[in-house]
Design a protein. Structure first.
Length: 755
């Protein structure tokens, strides 16, 4: 078989190949220097499990088990619910070619699929407009979108899903344009696209309703055209004429339905073959994965508008606002332009609907369903590519509106001028491109402390390498503490004879032993980030974006905080043997010294507060509580201590008011509701105590203690034990029903009815 290279005679095609090849090479080279993201260690582990599953023909079941053992205890493992087919591909490449640096392999593979996303977005723009200019505009707008580019280095899951969805939308468009006689190649590629999307994440199945919706609109348009044709024929010939059977709406509908069913079935089978969890149970496990992602329950603290929110309680506008703040202004302007510069023309309306719907609907659904999203808008990357397509089309259509040669040149240069700022950001801040905020909000410098920066822990690589190069030698291993040991461990994997990596949270860092600490600033109090105390005095190096630290490297120069904590812990364990509280003064000496050295040392301050409260010195505790609240007015821990203070002072109304504040900070706080219930009990207000516990039932925080307290309250209200337990079952059943847990609702209703 001879290969045909006649297409290389076309100068325009050669130019396009060269252009996109340059983008590919650039993305691969840039990805090599990227750090790990926060999920990669788990994803790589699951990818290895998947390969073992196939190697052993399903005998190795780690890839399909949703339980793992951690520190001797079973924990839920949700990775089997993701097909993560590109993660698996990267692991396969690393094993076949025996590449030791698995993460670098993942990043290169990811950059290739990020490039494919750019390619298919450009093909979509070309398919709609027929112009190379629109395709080039689209490619440049997407390549110079810092958030997308940055995630293309190491975020396989979100980027590959975005590419798969863009491929799907593209081939749906081609399929409908070719219908009723779509090419075999088009049908095959549409099947592959849908299977690919579902094999990354099961929500890729959305491409099926997309196909159904767009096909229905296509049929309605065809039906209208047929009716117009019939009327035209009657008007011209004065007789009724029938259109050919192959063009009737009924015939086209049946044919479309057959294609749709066939495409779905074959794509589903392909998806199952690429996903071990689906192989084990092709229907129930896929359904479980879909419902599990739709009800993702893990809440993560997020800095948004200068406050730390839990991700399941973020404002409704979180995603759309984040997108508008962090994409190039050129994309926003171009997308709006297309609506008025060509998108609403009769011949463009259908394809305009496809691309606008493909980015508007997912964002709308996230807002409407109050989805639990976090980490900026990385979960919505798949919606961004169609938006960029509209922007590329918009700028291209704008050029077409003018006839003057120089005006055309000026308008062609317009998107490039608007992309200067993101281009500078990319060059200046590589490999942290994704930490980007546009001119609408004043860039990183203006929003620093009000929004998440390096929320995906990219900078842990550079921080680890800095410590390896600059750490002072000591007898024994140098201890490195971090909030994210998975990535730090990876970068110290060849230096375990010299370094030891341990875990600590930012606000607990004073309680554990370490010589150096790496802290990406995500999770640190926004107020502290914007204060004069930040970064702390013992910061020896920072990793910056636009002059603002996104990662801190701390060096331990004093261990008073750890010493004080150890003394306190020893005394606490033997408190029943103490005849006085004076031994705690030694701990206080060390802890107060630590707070003086570093006012941001929350661990030391909280230990001081706890000692004072436990030794009935509430007024002394209040001094440190106020200091911590001044640093972080939304600190949950500080408010919990404040509640304790007011309770000791018998100021129960102030304690209840503080409980209410704590509930606004964390609406799912078990502690706030339980303490409030106890306070209402002390005041003799049984209804208030019951309401607090009922709130825990409604938010899914009820446990055995809550159930026991509710039964106790019902009995205090005059019910017998039998009546109290029966009412409890009804309350729990209603709570589960309101949260959509039909299985538990039925279980407790049956228990209620049996009584």
């Amino acid at each position: 078989m001879r290969l045909n290279f006649d297409f290389l005679k076309d100068k325009k095609i050669v130019q396009a190949i060269v252009f996109f090849s340059i983008l590919l090479i650039a993305m691969i080279v840039m990805s090599v220097g990227a750090g790990m993201n926060g999920d990669e260690e788990m994803q790589a582990t699951q990818a290895n499990n998947v390969l073992n599953y196939y190697k052993t023909f399903g005998k190795d079941t780690a890839a399909v088990s949703t339980t793992i053992m951690k520190n001797g205890n079973p924990e839920y493992w949700n990775l089997p619910l993701y097909g993560q087919v590109i993660d698996n591909l990267a692991e396969f490449v690393a094993q076949v070619f025996r590449i030791e640096d698995v993460m670098m392999t993942r990043h290169v593979v990811n950059s290739i699929f990020g490039w494919l996303g750019i390619l298919f977005a450009s093909l979509m723009a070309f398919r709609i407009s027929g112009q190379r200019r629109a395709a080039i505009f689209t490619a440049l707008l997407l390549f110079l979108s810092p958030r997308f580019l940055g995630h293309s280095f190491n975020n396989i899951k979100d980027v590959s899903f975005a590419t798969a969805m863009m491929m799907g939308v593209y081939y749906i468009t081609v399929f409908l344009q070719e219908f009723p006689k779509p090419k075999r190649k088009t049908v095959i590629m549409l099947i592959i696209s849908i299977a690919f999307a579902m094999a990354v994440r099961v929500p890729g199945i959305l491409l099926i309703p997309y196909l159904g919706l767009f096909a229905l609109i296509w049929l309605v348009r065809q039906h209208i055209e047929n009716k117009k044709s019939e009327k035209s024929n009657v008007a011209k010939k004065k007789i009724k004429t029938n259109i050919p059977k192959e063009q009737t709406t009924a015939f086209l509908f049946k044919k479309m339905l057959k294609y749709g069913i066939g495409i779905f079935v074959v794509a589903y089978v392909l998806m199952v073959l690429m996903w071990p969890y689906a192989i084990e149970s092709p229907i129930s496990h896929v359904k479980e994965a879909f419902s599990g992602m739709a009800k993702f329950s893990t809440a993560i603290r997020q800095n948004f508008e200068g406050q730390l929110f839990w991700s399941d309680a973020l404002p409704w506008y979180y995603t759309p606002k984040y997108i508008l703040m962090t994409i190039p202004i050129a994309v926003i302007l171009g997308s709006l332009l297309y609506l008025f510069a060509g998108g609403l023309k009769k011949e463009n309306r259908f394809t305009s609907f496809i691309v606008y719907f493909s980015f508007v609907f997912p964002i709308f659904w996230i807002v409407y369903s109050n989805a639990n999203v976090y980490g900026g808008w990385r979960h919505s990357l798949f919606a961004y590519l169609p938006m960029v397509v509209t922007a590329g089309l918009g700028f291209s259509a704008l050029v077409d509106l003018v006839k003057n040669k120089y005006a055309k040149i000026a308008l062609t240069a317009l998107p490039l001028v608007l992309l200067i700022n993101p281009f500078i950001h990319i060059v200046k801040n590589h490999p942290y491109e994704y930490v980007y905020f546009n001119e609408l909000v004043g860039g990183v410098k203006k929003v620093y402390g009000n929004y998440e920066m390096d929320y995906y822990y990219h900078s842990t690589r550079e921080a680890s390498e800095w410590i390896k190069a600059n750490a002072e030698e000591k007898d024994g291993k140098i201890m490195v503490a971090t909030w994210h040991p998975a990535s730090v461990n990876y970068y110290f994997r060849k230096d375990t004879n010299r370094f030891s990596v341990g875990f600590t949270r930012w606000y607990e860092r004073g309680n554990v032993d370490w010589d150096y600490a790496i802290f990406v600033i995500t999770g640190i109090s926004p107020s502290l980030q914007k204060s004069n105390f930040f970064p702390p005095k013992n910061t020896v190096h920072t990793i910056d974006v636009d002059g603002k630290p996104i990662c801190l490297i701390l060096k331990r120069t004093d261990k008073s905080d750890m010493i004080g904590h150890q003394i306190k812990e020893r005394l606490d364990s033997n408190m029943h043997q103490l005849t006085s509280y004076y031994p705690y003064d030694t701990a206080l000496f060390h802890l107060k010294k630590a707070v003086e050295l570093d006012p941001t040392n929350e661990a030391a301050a909280f230990n001081v507060i706890e000692i004072y409260l436990n030794t009935n010195r509430a007024d002394s505790a209040k001094i440190y509580i106020d200091k911590m609240l001044n640093l972080d007015p939304r600190s949950e821990v500080s408010h919990a201590y404040l509640i304790n203070y007011y309770t000791q002072k018998n100021e129960l109304d102030l304690a209840l008011q503080t409980c209410d504040i704590l509930k606004t900070i964390n609406p799912t706080s078990l502690q706030a509701h339980l303490i409030a219930s106890q306070l209402y009990m002390r005041k003799g207000l049984l209804a208030g105590a019951e309401n607090e516990l009922m709130a825990l039932v409604e938010i899914g925080q009820a446990n055995d203690y809550v159930a026991q307290q509710l039964v106790r309250i019902y009995q205090m209200q005059g019910m017998s034990e039998h009546e109290a337990v029966k009412k409890l079952y009804m309350v729990l059943a209603e709570g589960y029903k309101n949260r959509g847990r039909e299985d538990l609702y039925l279980e407790y209703m049956q228990a209620y009815e049996r009584m």
